[in-house]
Design a protein around this ligand. Sequence first.
Ligand code: SF4
Length: 470
Amino acid sequence: MGQALKEKIASVFEEPACDHNQAKGAKERKKGCAKPLTPGAAAGGCAFDGAKIALQPVVDVAHLVHGPIACEGNAWDNRSSASSGAQTYRTGYTTDVNELDVIYGGEKRLFKSIREIIEKTDPPAIFVYQTCVTALIGDDIEAVCKRASEKFGKPVIPVNAPGFAGSKNLGNKLGAEALLDYVVGTQEPEFTTPYDINIIGEYNLSGELWQVKPLLDALGIRILATFSGDARYRDIACSHRARVAMMVCSKSMINVARKMEERYGIPYFEGSFYGISDMSDTLRKLCALLVERGADAELIERCERLIAVEEQRAYAALTAFRPRLEGKRVLLITGGVKSWSVVSALMEAGMEIAGTSVKKSTKEDKERIQEIMGTDAHMIDELPPRQMYAMLKDAKADIMLSGGRSQFVALKARMPWMDINQERHYAYAGYVGMVEMVREMDKAINNPMWQQVRLPAPWETAGDVACAAR
Ligand code: SF4
């Protein structure tokens, strides 16, 4: 691993705004959070994968993966991050290095690929991703990108997060570091207003940002940049002029929020778009912070009026589902979406939480769950598939909400399952998203199919008949 990359990783692990990190001693902190990956078992994602996930939602940029084709094959478009315009981000560009490149080096091939992309599609910028193989053979992507930028007069941004550097989460942060090092602050917006904000750690999965944007529009709040859902290269380059930042997922891009506060004096707060009361809290915090930073004080009043209307509408819509969902028990195994947010959202719909995973939760997340659920908080650190199956089979839960990888456990137990992770195809943010989530749960739990699926199979009953006849 190159010295520069080692130093970058060390600086990411030293993140002072990360509670998890601060709870450790100096020696432990130095070791970092990344567990070494087991060769051949990188299904949970490598650092390259993490960097790509964090940056690919920048929609007008060409994302060029410097490495064997399989790296891009694994990472290409595996999340439903939506764009309101440009589709450049959905084309998979790779240098597809081969055995000869491994022997002679792949830098020339990389340079030629950059030129080809510029000649054919002329995007506003190109992001070049390092991978294990090209890092191991010593390709200097920083030098090639610098040379290409000079030659073609276009930003070519190196993203140095080869898979072996560590986990997907580390990769998210290394991807964000590339934005901080090469993009943020390089352009100026045409105009600024006291209502300009950045949203950090929001990837517009299945269009969730569009469930929230109308609320901000109604309040006259302008999203200067999103890191990085439905973002344009120029938005991020101008993002240093925002007044306030909101951080959506604390784990993925906390370094962006903290460093932008340090460098440009943009204060940030952590909020959530999931659940009715959390959405309202977020709007309140956002408006209060904007007023502190120079927006007109009447914004707070307008915000309260909007919240009153939206909450009433959302609760009215939820009433229809209550009789069908009240008292149903949910087993919640979340990854990216904060557990406490979903917990409070489900409780608002009258459901009970049979258990919630806290494996990826921070100390604060756990405290929030405790606060919301009180003594009933069944927090699960690790739930192996066997126990998950037993819980569902013994009907301790009526539905499981999790990522796609554990869906077959629920289906084997003949229990409803709903996708809550980043790969989901439905958007659950904001007030309308909450109603959508409850609608989807109603469809999953009350689907008449389950009665049939749970009946004994014909060959099982056929055996009984044969026994009776004997
Ligand atoms: S970057 Fe490395 S770990 Fe990640 S997919 Fe490519 S070869 Fe595998």
